[in-house]
Ligand binder design. Sequence first.
Ligand code: FE2
Length: 418
Amino acid sequence: MHRLFFVIFLFFMGTVGYAQPHEKQLPPDQPSIPYKASEMPDRILMSITDSLAQTRTITWRTSKVVQTGTLEWSDKITQIDFYRDANRANARSERFVTYTGDTVYYHTATLRMLKPGENYVYRVGEGDMWSEWIDFSMPTDNDAFRFIYMGDAQNDIRSLWSRVFRKAYAALPTAEFVVHVGDLINHSQNEYEWAEWFHAGGFMFAAKPQLAVRGNHEYVKDENGVKQYSTPSWRHQFRYPSNGPSSLANGAYFIDIKNCRFVFMDSNDALDVQGHWLEQVLKRNTKKWIIVVCHHPVVSATEGRINSGVMAHWKPLFDKYNVDLVLQGHDHVYARGRIPDAEGNRRGPTHVISVAGRKAYAVGNHPWMEVKMGSTQTYQLVEMSHEAIIFKTYALDGQVYDTFRIVKRGGKPVVESN
Ligand SMILES: [Fe+2]
């Protein structure tokens, strides 16, 4: 009998309960901000599940006491009592047990048929527990738009990354959305770190779509530090179009935004599967511009960190289909450039690596790096139009540290200094 229990114990430990001491999934002894869910909605995040032009998807969290959710919204934003006849949408609510054993609910609601250039206001909640009313605006019909690109956040998220995100938002409050290139947190299932990330983003996460890809730190690792699977937190917190490979739901997807096709990829897993999918996505593209977002760089900006899978499976497609810009993270430095061919000519997409958080690695020295910078937290503002992509990198003093312009000639990207 004892032996039977022992076998069951070993089976249990082997399948669901293996220890992850190196991942530090437990909150610190004295967390400086609350991380437990309550009846009041928190972690409110806006995303896009199909069209930037017409829909917005909102997710939020409550404790297990609140098992349903409602989203109220209105377009009568200048009327002082607009909330009296607000529209209502029911949320889809899912139970989630965190790594630390807390049962919470994540709620998701999608607003559809929103109009170009229109202003809206919404709140989420249930019963007597509601968020504040949150304003947002839909993009206008013209070609131009702007967005924010953030490198890895990952460490000291509340104390030091929040500065960068808030500066970026203040510098470009009219940005249509924010791109996050992964490693939002350091330990994939650590609820305290996720609490810091949502705290740092605050109402800005609720007011603009946050389009993210997974970094290596969004993966659960085994006791040897080997990646096993994407953190269960991801699919509850981030809802994206289901147009990617089915094994990478919410992790690989594309969104057409005005004159640009944005392809978001998970550089941790199934690179070959995503390569086949990417080729179809790029082959069928009818948009002028193509921007790819992924965590691991095609070419590294540090020494000794080579991502051969990305290089083998994706780079040839980026070149063949005239991708304009590849936005990446992972190396914790800033670098920008185009990869020279055998004759030394710089062709193909512009590769950018950036870091928003505190962690800094030594900058490498590789031929592709036309601009490089270490130990500097940056944010990037990107201006899109029919004529050009104008890219600017800012440090925390608000000064431009790098800028360039991409135009298209004969269907191929050409870089001009700005
Ligand atoms: Fe990182």
